[in-house]
Design a binder for this molecule. Structure first.
Ligand SMILES: NC(=O)c1ccc[n+]([C@@H]2O[C@H](COP(=O)([O-])OP(=O)(O)OC[C@H]3O[C@@H](n4cnc5c(N)ncnc54)[C@H](OP(=O)(O)O)[C@@H]3O)[C@@H](O)[C@H]2O)c1
Length: 246
C-alpha cells in the first residue's frame, strides 16, 4: 500500500459515509486530510475521531455549491498547506421523484451539488494539482451507468451522475499527463444518503445479497487516490457487489 506521508488530501463530503471512511483510511496511512461539509457537528466529530487515532485532519465548514465557499477553502488550502496532492470530489445528494413531481428547484439543486460543484472544484484546484502531479477522484455512481428496473425515480440523480462520469473523462484527457482523473461508481452503500433507513429493501439488489459498508468503497477510493493506480486515468471503476450484472 502507498505511503501518504506529507501528502495533502482534500475530501468534499468527508463528514459522513464514504468520504468519512476515506478520510479515516488516508489519515491512517499518513496523509494530512482536509474534509469539507456543511454539518459542523458531524465535521468536528469526524475530526476528533481521526485525531484520537493519531491522524492529521482538519474540518472546513463549506457548501460546495457556493462559489464563495469554494474560494474560501481554496485560499485556506493555499495558505495553510501550500500544496494539494489528492482531491476526492465526493459530496453528493440524492433527490428523487416521478417525472410529474420534478421541480426546477430540485433539478438545479441536484446538478449544483453533483455536477457544477465538481467543475468549480476542479477549476479552483487544478493549478495546485498540476504542480504536485496530483490526482482527482470523482464519486459518481452506478446510477450514472446503468438503467434501473422500471419504476425507479432517480431522474435527477442518475443523469447528474452520468454527467459526472463524462466530466471525469474530459478532465482526464485535458489534464494528462499532469493530473490523473478517475471516477468511482459505488453500488448501494449503507450511508446517510438514504432518508429511508430500511435497508432490507435492497437485499436482493446485487449478487452479494447485502449493501456495501462505506469502508469497502473507501478502500478502493484510497487505491485510486494513490500511486498504486499510477497507470489509471479516465477510468470508471465499478464497486457494486455485482449489481450491474442484474
Ligand atoms: N450510498 C450509496 O449507495 C452511494 C452509491 C453510489 C454513489 N454514492 C455517492 O457517494 C457520495 C457520498 O455519499 P454517501 O453515500 O457517503 O452519503 P452521505 O453519508 O450522505 O455523505 C454525503 C456527503 O456529502 C456532503 N454534502 C452534501 N451536500 C453538500 C454540499 N452542498 N456541500 C458540502 N458537502 C455536501 C455531506 O456533508 P454535509 O451534510 O456535512 O454537508 C456528506 O458528508 C455521493 O456523491 C453519492 O452520490 C453513494
Amino acid at each position: 500500500m502507498s505511503d501518504f506521508t506529507r501528502k495533502i488530501a482534500l475530501i468534499t463530503g468527508g463528514t459522513s459515509g464514504i468520504g468519512g471512511a476515506t478520510s479515516i483510511l488516508l489519515a491512517r496511512t499518513g496523509a494530512e486530510v482536509i474534509i469539507v461539509g456543511r454539518n459542523q457537528e458531524r465535521g468536528l466529530e469526524q475530526e476528533n475521531f481521526v485525531i484520537a487515532e493519531g491522524g492529521q485532519i482538519k474540518f472546513f465548514h463549506a457548501d460546495v455549491s457556493n462559489l464563495d465557499d469554494i474560494e474560501n477553502f481554496r485560499l485556506f488550502v493555499e495558505k495553510e498547506y501550500g500544496r494539494l496532492d489528492m482531491l476526492f470530489k465526493n459530496a453528493g445528494i440524492l433527490l428523487t421523484g416521478s417525472l410529474e413531481e420534478l421541480t426546477d428547484e430540485e433539478w438545479d439543486r441536484s446538478y449544483d451539488v453533483n455536477v457544477k460543484a465538481v467543475m468549480h472544484m476542479c477549476k479552483s484546484f487544478m493549478p495546485l494539482l498540476k504542480k504536485s502531479k496530483g490526482v482527482v477522484l470523482n464519486n459518481a455512481s452506478i446510477n450514472g451507468l446503468h438503467s434501473y428496473i422500471k419504476g425507479r425515480r432517480s431522474y435527477m440523480y442518475a443523469t447528474s451522475k452520468a454527467a459526472n462520469i463524462q466530466l471525469t473523462k474530459y478532465l482526464a484527457k485535458n489534464y494528462a499527463p499532469y493530473v490523473r482523473v478517475n471516477a468511482i461508481c459505488p453500488g448501494m452503500t449503507e450511508t446517510n444518503l438514504f432518508t429511508n433507513r430500511d435497508f432490507s429493501r435492497f437485499k436482493d439488489v446485487n449478487m452479494l445479497g447485502r449493501m456495501a459498508d462505506p469502508m469497502e468503497i473507501a478502500k478502493v477510493a484510497v487505491f485510486l487516490l494513490s500511486d498504486d493506480s499510477s497507470f489509471m486515468t479516465g477510468s470508471v471503476v465499478v464497486v457494486d457487489g455485482g449489481e450491474t450484472l442484474k
